[in-house]
Design a protein around this ligand. Sequence first.
Ligand SMILES: [Zn+2]
Length: 172
Amino acid sequence: MTADFGKAQKKAAEILKEYRITKPPIDPEAIAEEMGVDVRYADFSPDISKKISGFIRFNRDSGNAPQIIVNKAVSPRRKIFTIAHELGHYLLHRDYAEDDNRYQVMPRSNFYPEGKPPEEQEADCFAANLLVPEDMLRKYSAYASIETIEKLAGIFAVSKEVILDRMRFLGV
Ligand SMILES: [Zn+2]
């Protein structure tokens, strides 16, 4: 299987439309809660905390609402990206995310020792498209010069790397 970026892009666009979101910053926690997905912030033990950003659990057996668990110790922007990424799994990868042998929690380092699975690539693509929609990036970057990547990152509440990746990809 190879990553289907078109599918991830389309889903992000659908969500923005459905929730009538027209300007940044996009709040993926509010979207998740609207969908009935509970977002929780957790304290992990130090050895776990330094490794992971977060994960999703569906709780299908218990009948409880699905939950996105976010590491309390990561930066505010990393929290936002983590929620958007896990929301991508919720919308695109239910079978994958429920399979303990395949699903991978989101690492803090963005490093996957055995290579990044296609589902992880798609969830990142979904998150980038949800948080930094093309039309909004074009609009805001039109009056922000390259020196203000930091400013754009602030407007969209994502890291500078996410903005730079999006600009490179979209040719903005
Ligand atoms: Zn993931």
